[in-house]
Design a protein around this ligand. Sequence first.
Ligand SMILES: Cc1cc2nc3c(=O)[nH]c(=O)nc-3n(C[C@H](O)[C@H](O)[C@H](O)COP(=O)(O)OP(=O)(O)OC[C@H]3O[C@@H](n4cnc5c(N)ncnc54)[C@H](O)[C@@H]3O)c2cc1C
Length: 361
Amino acid sequence: MRALSTSIIGGGVAGLALASGLHQRDLPFTMFERSNEFTDGGFGFILLANGRDALRELGIDLEPSEVGCEVSDAIVRTIDGEVVAAMKLTNAIAVSRHDLLKVIRSAIPPETIRLSQDFSHFDNDGSTVRAAVFADGSECAADVFVGADGSRSRCREWITPAHPAPSGRVKEIVSMVVNPELAEEVGSTFTKFMHPDGGLAVGLVPSGNGRVIWFAQFDTQRFATPDRHDAASFLHSLLGDFPAIVQRAIAATDAAAPHVWHTVDMDAPRSMVRGNVALIGDAAHPLLPFTSQGANSALEDAADLVAAVATCTSPDELEPALRAYSHRRRPRRASHVAAGRSIAADFVNPITGAVLVPFVI
Ligand SMILES: Cc1cc2nc3c(=O)[nH]c(=O)nc-3n(C[C@H](O)[C@H](O)[C@H](O)COP(=O)(O)OP(=O)(O)OC[C@H]3O[C@@H](n4cnc5c(N)ncnc54)[C@H](O)[C@@H]3O)c2cc1C
């Protein structure tokens, strides 16, 4: 009997969380990340109760003030201020992606993380993978391989070789502003303002320490996507009718900072596993941003997969354990994909009454 070794491809939210859980159980692993340094880019997201519970299972108990702040309510308003949807949130915290990754990484021994390792393909015998092969020609053998390489996953090709490429009708321009006055006004409420004609909205998310994350969502069938250098003038021309708080958030943002985010709409692969390879997070099921479940369900995948790998005492036990993991996670990923599409369809249409809350709990 021996502990099985794991190779994790991708050091984002899902990969790091998995590494933390394996380390907590004294299981051997190595994580391979394409980037050459920990830039921990991005802005942030809302961790919901399910994501926080999964993180706890993985050995990380977040102190909200360390990574962001509590979020008590989600409210959707028209640009005239009328409330068209509202929801109380329990145990939800807005986290900065940078701070969250830093906290998770601090729970993992640094020597288990290899940077500048761009995964290329799996060396395999048709059913079982022997080694992960990287762009520089180096290889790493292991008992189990986990694809945590994000929405445009290369590991996914081993599991569903002809899977349709991701697409997305709605895009987002995202940024963060540090402005304590604005942050105080936003309070602990995530507010989304929607244009009555549909297809255009701006969200303001408190992020702690005087920070506010804002995002503008737009329907690309109505508005041509700007490149990042034109994002500020694009927003200026489109959002003139939006409330003053939105104008102030955007005006206070460094013009170079907004990021144009190409959201991904993709059917989830039927299976998250093949042989001794499993997918987690966006590699397994990229989600539209409307569900707020991208990071949360990635953490759930990681917690479930750690528990599955921990039950195996020999490579023979691995395949059934991985298949059971995929089977358990299937209903959640299918319902998140469907919910994201319903909210997206609602979003592109004119508002005629109540709208769907941009959250799936
Ligand atoms: C830079 C960045 C910024 C983001 N910012 C936000 C944000 O502000 N708000 C939000 O809601 N979501 C953001 N996301 C997406 C969000 O992190 C994910 O949707 C979610 O957390 C699921 O995490 P994940 O680990 O599956 O994917 P990701 O967080 O995307 O992580 C995937 C990791 O795999 C690595 N990788 C990819 N290909 C390879 C390869 N060939 N070899 C080795 N490593 C590889 C990537 O560099 C990345 O570190 C961001 C993602 C990234 C990569």
